[in-house]
Design a protein around this ligand. Structure first.
Ligand SMILES: Cc1cc2nc3c(=O)[nH]c(=O)nc-3n(C[C@H](O)[C@H](O)[C@H](O)COP(=O)(O)O)c2cc1C
Length: 307
Protein backbone atom coordinates (compact mmCIF):
# COMPACT_ATOMS: atom_id res chain seq x y z
CA UNK A 1 0.00 0.00 0.00
CA UNK A 2 1.51 3.28 -1.09
CA UNK A 3 0.26 6.47 0.52
CA UNK A 4 1.65 9.90 1.36
CA UNK A 5 2.68 8.35 4.70
CA UNK A 6 4.79 5.54 3.19
CA UNK A 7 6.47 8.16 0.99
CA UNK A 8 7.00 10.68 3.79
CA UNK A 9 8.45 8.11 6.19
CA UNK A 10 10.19 5.98 3.53
CA UNK A 11 8.59 2.78 4.85
CA UNK A 12 7.01 -0.22 3.12
CA UNK A 13 3.77 -0.51 5.11
CA UNK A 14 1.77 2.49 6.40
CA UNK A 15 1.77 1.02 9.91
CA UNK A 16 3.34 2.78 12.89
CA UNK A 17 3.96 1.25 16.29
CA UNK A 18 3.02 3.88 18.86
CA UNK A 19 5.68 5.15 21.25
CA UNK A 20 4.69 3.51 24.52
CA UNK A 21 6.12 4.58 27.86
CA UNK A 22 8.19 1.79 29.51
CA UNK A 23 7.22 -0.60 26.68
CA UNK A 24 8.57 0.70 23.37
CA UNK A 25 12.33 0.12 23.63
CA UNK A 26 14.96 -0.48 20.96
CA UNK A 27 14.04 -4.18 20.56
CA UNK A 28 10.43 -3.42 19.64
CA UNK A 29 11.20 -0.33 17.55
CA UNK A 30 13.85 -2.16 15.52
CA UNK A 31 11.63 -5.23 15.00
CA UNK A 32 8.79 -3.08 13.65
CA UNK A 33 11.11 -1.08 11.38
CA UNK A 34 12.77 -4.26 10.11
CA UNK A 35 9.29 -5.58 9.28
CA UNK A 36 8.66 -2.53 7.07
CA UNK A 37 6.58 -0.43 9.47
CA UNK A 38 7.81 2.51 11.54
CA UNK A 39 9.11 1.51 14.96
CA UNK A 40 9.08 4.19 17.64
CA UNK A 41 11.05 4.43 20.87
CA UNK A 42 8.89 5.79 23.71
CA UNK A 43 10.99 8.41 25.52
CA UNK A 44 8.33 8.99 28.20
CA UNK A 45 9.98 10.48 31.33
CA UNK A 46 13.38 8.88 30.69
CA UNK A 47 16.51 11.03 31.07
CA UNK A 48 17.95 12.25 27.74
CA UNK A 49 21.06 10.05 27.95
CA UNK A 50 18.91 6.93 28.34
CA UNK A 51 17.02 7.96 25.19
CA UNK A 52 20.32 8.52 23.37
CA UNK A 53 21.41 5.01 24.33
CA UNK A 54 18.08 3.56 23.08
CA UNK A 55 18.52 5.38 19.75
CA UNK A 56 22.04 3.99 19.32
CA UNK A 57 20.93 0.46 20.22
CA UNK A 58 18.09 0.70 17.71
CA UNK A 59 20.61 1.66 15.01
CA UNK A 60 22.65 -1.45 15.85
CA UNK A 61 19.58 -3.58 15.09
CA UNK A 62 18.16 -1.87 12.02
CA UNK A 63 19.20 0.35 9.13
CA UNK A 64 15.55 1.24 8.42
CA UNK A 65 13.84 4.50 9.45
CA UNK A 66 12.53 4.68 13.02
CA UNK A 67 11.25 7.38 15.33
CA UNK A 68 11.25 8.68 18.89
CA UNK A 69 8.11 9.70 20.76
CA UNK A 70 8.90 12.82 22.78
CA UNK A 71 6.57 13.19 25.74
CA UNK A 72 6.23 16.94 26.05
CA UNK A 73 5.31 16.89 29.75
CA UNK A 74 8.51 15.02 30.64
CA UNK A 75 10.96 16.91 32.87
CA UNK A 76 13.65 15.92 30.31
CA UNK A 77 11.67 17.08 27.25
CA UNK A 78 14.08 19.97 26.41
CA UNK A 79 17.13 17.68 26.55
CA UNK A 80 15.42 14.83 24.66
CA UNK A 81 14.39 17.35 21.99
CA UNK A 82 18.10 18.14 21.49
CA UNK A 83 19.22 14.50 21.60
CA UNK A 84 16.96 13.55 18.67
CA UNK A 85 18.69 16.30 16.64
CA UNK A 86 22.20 15.26 17.71
CA UNK A 87 21.49 11.61 16.93
CA UNK A 88 19.89 12.49 13.57
CA UNK A 89 16.64 10.64 14.30
CA UNK A 90 14.54 10.75 11.11
CA UNK A 91 11.06 10.94 12.69
CA UNK A 92 9.72 12.45 15.90
CA UNK A 93 6.20 11.97 17.20
CA UNK A 94 5.03 13.99 20.18
CA UNK A 95 2.57 13.25 22.94
CA UNK A 96 0.84 15.31 25.62
CA UNK A 97 0.78 18.78 24.15
CA UNK A 98 2.02 21.23 21.58
CA UNK A 99 5.57 20.84 20.19
CA UNK A 100 5.64 24.38 18.72
CA UNK A 101 8.71 25.52 20.66
CA UNK A 102 10.90 22.78 19.15
CA UNK A 103 9.64 23.09 15.57
CA UNK A 104 12.34 25.44 14.27
CA UNK A 105 15.16 23.29 15.66
CA UNK A 106 13.63 20.03 14.40
CA UNK A 107 12.76 21.33 10.93
CA UNK A 108 16.27 22.80 10.51
CA UNK A 109 17.63 19.33 11.34
CA UNK A 110 15.41 17.80 8.64
CA UNK A 111 13.33 15.80 11.12
CA UNK A 112 9.83 14.66 10.09
CA UNK A 113 7.55 15.84 12.90
CA UNK A 114 4.23 14.13 13.61
CA UNK A 115 2.29 15.13 16.74
CA UNK A 116 -0.45 13.03 18.29
CA UNK A 117 -3.67 15.08 18.47
CA UNK A 118 -7.17 14.42 19.79
CA UNK A 119 -9.11 17.37 18.34
CA UNK A 120 -9.69 19.23 15.06
CA UNK A 121 -8.59 22.53 16.65
CA UNK A 122 -5.20 21.08 17.62
CA UNK A 123 -4.73 19.50 14.18
CA UNK A 124 -5.40 22.89 12.49
CA UNK A 125 -3.13 24.75 14.87
CA UNK A 126 -0.22 22.34 14.44
CA UNK A 127 -0.59 22.23 10.67
CA UNK A 128 0.13 25.97 10.71
CA UNK A 129 3.40 25.36 12.63
CA UNK A 130 4.71 23.18 9.79
CA UNK A 131 4.30 19.64 11.11
CA UNK A 132 4.44 16.99 8.37
CA UNK A 133 1.40 14.90 9.34
CA UNK A 134 -0.72 14.27 12.43
CA UNK A 135 -1.66 11.15 14.35
CA UNK A 136 -5.36 11.54 15.20
CA UNK A 137 -5.98 9.33 18.21
CA UNK A 138 -9.43 8.25 19.33
CA UNK A 139 -10.33 7.50 22.94
CA UNK A 140 -10.56 3.73 22.29
CA UNK A 141 -6.79 3.70 22.60
CA UNK A 142 -4.63 2.62 25.49
CA UNK A 143 -2.74 5.15 27.61
CA UNK A 144 -3.65 8.84 27.86
CA UNK A 145 -6.69 9.73 25.80
CA UNK A 146 -8.89 12.57 24.55
CA UNK A 147 -12.68 12.74 24.30
CA UNK A 148 -13.60 11.77 20.71
CA UNK A 149 -13.77 8.27 19.28
CA UNK A 150 -11.68 7.31 16.25
CA UNK A 151 -14.89 6.96 14.21
CA UNK A 152 -15.81 10.61 14.74
CA UNK A 153 -12.38 12.23 15.07
CA UNK A 154 -10.56 10.93 12.01
CA UNK A 155 -12.96 12.07 9.23
CA UNK A 156 -13.31 15.48 10.85
CA UNK A 157 -9.54 15.93 11.09
CA UNK A 158 -9.07 14.63 7.53
CA UNK A 159 -11.54 17.26 6.28
CA UNK A 160 -9.94 20.07 8.27
CA UNK A 161 -6.29 19.82 7.18
CA UNK A 162 -4.24 19.25 4.02
CA UNK A 163 -1.36 17.25 5.50
CA UNK A 164 -1.77 13.46 5.83
CA UNK A 165 -3.60 11.92 8.79
CA UNK A 166 -2.55 8.74 10.60
CA UNK A 167 -5.43 7.11 12.46
CA UNK A 168 -4.85 5.66 15.94
CA UNK A 169 -7.09 4.08 18.55
CA UNK A 170 -8.76 0.72 18.14
CA UNK A 171 -6.80 -0.90 15.30
CA UNK A 172 -6.11 -4.57 15.99
CA UNK A 173 -6.26 -6.13 12.52
CA UNK A 174 -6.79 -5.36 8.83
CA UNK A 175 -10.47 -4.54 9.35
CA UNK A 176 -9.55 -1.72 11.72
CA UNK A 177 -6.86 -0.53 9.35
CA UNK A 178 -9.24 -0.55 6.36
CA UNK A 179 -11.83 1.33 8.44
CA UNK A 180 -9.26 4.02 9.27
CA UNK A 181 -8.52 4.41 5.56
CA UNK A 182 -12.25 4.69 4.78
CA UNK A 183 -12.42 7.50 7.35
CA UNK A 184 -9.66 9.42 5.58
CA UNK A 185 -6.43 8.18 7.18
CA UNK A 186 -3.39 7.34 5.03
CA UNK A 187 -1.67 5.26 7.70
CA UNK A 188 -2.40 3.80 11.11
CA UNK A 189 -0.70 3.79 14.49
CA UNK A 190 -1.29 0.89 16.85
CA UNK A 191 -0.13 0.29 20.41
CA UNK A 192 -2.22 -2.37 22.10
CA UNK A 193 -1.70 -5.11 19.48
CA UNK A 194 2.09 -4.64 19.75
CA UNK A 195 1.99 -5.20 23.53
CA UNK A 196 1.87 -8.94 22.91
CA UNK A 197 4.41 -9.06 20.06
CA UNK A 198 7.17 -11.64 20.57
CA UNK A 199 9.75 -8.85 20.47
CA UNK A 200 8.07 -6.76 23.20
CA UNK A 201 10.02 -6.95 26.46
CA UNK A 202 7.29 -6.70 29.08
CA UNK A 203 6.38 -9.05 31.95
CA UNK A 204 4.39 -12.10 30.82
CA UNK A 205 1.60 -11.15 33.26
CA UNK A 206 1.08 -7.98 31.17
CA UNK A 207 0.89 -9.98 27.93
CA UNK A 208 -1.48 -12.50 29.52
CA UNK A 209 -3.75 -9.74 30.77
CA UNK A 210 -4.05 -8.35 27.23
CA UNK A 211 -4.53 -11.80 25.71
CA UNK A 212 -7.29 -12.63 28.20
CA UNK A 213 -9.04 -9.24 28.09
CA UNK A 214 -12.61 -9.07 26.86
CA UNK A 215 -14.22 -6.17 24.99
CA UNK A 216 -15.33 -4.33 28.13
CA UNK A 217 -12.30 -4.97 30.32
CA UNK A 218 -10.68 -1.54 29.98
CA UNK A 219 -11.52 1.42 32.16
CA UNK A 220 -10.73 5.14 32.06
CA UNK A 221 -9.28 6.70 35.20
CA UNK A 222 -8.24 10.30 35.83
CA UNK A 223 -11.16 12.14 34.19
CA UNK A 224 -11.77 14.07 37.42
CA UNK A 225 -8.41 15.88 37.16
CA UNK A 226 -8.30 16.25 33.39
CA UNK A 227 -5.74 13.53 32.55
CA UNK A 228 -7.81 10.50 31.53
CA UNK A 229 -5.96 7.28 30.78
CA UNK A 230 -7.23 3.86 29.69
CA UNK A 231 -5.97 0.64 31.23
CA UNK A 232 -7.20 -2.85 31.99
CA UNK A 233 -9.40 -3.22 35.06
CA UNK A 234 -7.71 -4.55 38.22
CA UNK A 235 -7.45 -3.88 41.93
CA UNK A 236 -5.60 -0.59 41.28
CA UNK A 237 -8.19 0.82 38.84
CA UNK A 238 -11.07 -0.24 41.13
CA UNK A 239 -9.49 1.61 44.03
CA UNK A 240 -8.76 4.62 41.81
CA UNK A 241 -12.36 4.82 40.56
CA UNK A 242 -13.67 4.47 44.13
CA UNK A 243 -11.42 7.30 45.33
CA UNK A 244 -12.37 9.46 42.32
CA UNK A 245 -16.06 8.93 43.08
CA UNK A 246 -15.43 9.94 46.68
CA UNK A 247 -13.85 13.19 45.48
CA UNK A 248 -10.16 12.43 46.12
CA UNK A 249 -7.76 15.20 45.11
CA UNK A 250 -5.17 15.08 42.32
CA UNK A 251 -2.21 14.48 44.62
CA UNK A 252 -3.84 11.60 46.46
CA UNK A 253 -4.70 9.93 43.15
CA UNK A 254 -1.23 10.57 41.75
CA UNK A 255 0.28 8.91 44.81
CA UNK A 256 -1.82 5.80 44.15
CA UNK A 257 -0.48 5.49 40.60
CA UNK A 258 3.14 6.44 41.32
CA UNK A 259 5.35 4.07 39.34
CA UNK A 260 2.34 1.89 38.50
CA UNK A 261 3.17 1.45 34.79
CA UNK A 262 6.65 0.29 35.73
CA UNK A 263 5.11 -2.11 38.26
CA UNK A 264 3.01 -3.61 35.45
CA UNK A 265 5.73 -3.70 32.77
CA UNK A 266 8.70 -4.87 34.86
CA UNK A 267 7.23 -6.61 37.92
CA UNK A 268 3.99 -7.92 36.39
CA UNK A 269 2.25 -6.72 39.58
CA UNK A 270 -1.36 -7.59 38.72
CA UNK A 271 -2.72 -5.92 41.90
CA UNK A 272 -1.01 -2.52 41.89
CA UNK A 273 0.26 -2.16 38.32
CA UNK A 274 -1.28 0.05 35.67
CA UNK A 275 -1.85 -2.22 32.65
CA UNK A 276 -2.44 0.43 30.01
CA UNK A 277 -4.21 -1.01 26.95
CA UNK A 278 -6.97 -0.05 24.56
CA UNK A 279 -10.48 -1.37 24.02
CA UNK A 280 -9.20 -3.48 21.13
CA UNK A 281 -7.39 -5.75 23.64
CA UNK A 282 -10.51 -7.94 23.47
CA UNK A 283 -9.61 -8.81 19.87
CA UNK A 284 -6.00 -9.79 20.57
CA UNK A 285 -5.79 -13.51 21.36
CA UNK A 286 -2.33 -14.66 20.32
CA UNK A 287 1.28 -13.59 20.43
CA UNK A 288 2.95 -13.07 17.05
CA UNK A 289 6.10 -11.52 15.66
CA UNK A 290 5.97 -7.87 14.61
CA UNK A 291 6.41 -9.05 11.01
CA UNK A 292 3.31 -11.26 11.28
CA UNK A 293 1.24 -8.52 12.92
CA UNK A 294 2.17 -6.00 10.23
CA UNK A 295 1.91 -8.24 7.18
CA UNK A 296 -1.38 -9.87 8.22
CA UNK A 297 -2.87 -6.46 9.02
CA UNK A 298 -1.86 -4.92 5.72
CA UNK A 299 -2.87 -7.95 3.60
CA UNK A 300 -6.32 -8.04 5.15
CA UNK A 301 -6.78 -4.27 4.82
CA UNK A 302 -5.66 -4.28 1.22
CA UNK A 303 -8.16 -7.01 0.29
CA UNK A 304 -11.00 -5.22 2.04
CA UNK A 305 -10.21 -1.88 0.45
CA UNK A 306 -10.23 -3.46 -3.02
CA UNK A 307 -13.68 -5.03 -2.57
C1 LIG B 1 1.15 0.97 27.45
C2 LIG B 1 0.94 2.16 26.56
C3 LIG B 1 1.76 3.28 26.74
C4 LIG B 1 1.60 4.40 25.90
N1 LIG B 1 2.47 5.46 26.06
C5 LIG B 1 2.41 6.50 25.18
C6 LIG B 1 3.38 7.56 25.26
O1 LIG B 1 4.28 7.56 26.10
N2 LIG B 1 3.29 8.57 24.34
C7 LIG B 1 2.30 8.58 23.37
O2 LIG B 1 2.27 9.52 22.56
N3 LIG B 1 1.37 7.60 23.28
C8 LIG B 1 1.42 6.56 24.16
N4 LIG B 1 0.52 5.53 24.04
C9 LIG B 1 -0.45 5.52 22.91
C10 LIG B 1 0.10 4.70 21.73
O3 LIG B 1 1.27 5.28 21.22
C11 LIG B 1 -0.92 4.55 20.57
O4 LIG B 1 -1.23 5.80 20.00
C12 LIG B 1 -2.20 3.89 21.03
O5 LIG B 1 -1.91 2.75 21.80
C13 LIG B 1 -3.07 3.51 19.82
O6 LIG B 1 -4.28 2.94 20.18
P1 LIG B 1 -4.50 1.35 20.50
O7 LIG B 1 -4.04 1.17 21.91
O8 LIG B 1 -5.98 1.18 20.36
O9 LIG B 1 -3.71 0.57 19.51
C14 LIG B 1 0.61 4.41 24.89
C15 LIG B 1 -0.23 3.29 24.74
C16 LIG B 1 -0.07 2.17 25.55
C17 LIG B 1 -0.97 0.97 25.35
Amino acid sequence: MKTRITELLKIKHPIIQGGMAWVADHHLAAAVSNAGGLGIIGAANAPAEVVREEIRKTRELTDKPFGVNVMLLSPSADEVAKVVVEEKVPVVTTGAGNPEKYMEMWKEAGITVIPVIASVAMARRLERTGVDAVIAEGCESGGHIGESTSMTLIPQVADAIEIPVIGAGGVGDGRGMAAMFMLGAEGIQAGTCFLVANETNIHENYKNKVLKAKDIDSVVTGRSHGHPARSLRNNMTRQYVKMENEGAGFEELEYLTLGSLRKAVQDGDTQNGSFMAGQIAGLIHETKSCKEIIEEMENQAEKLLKL
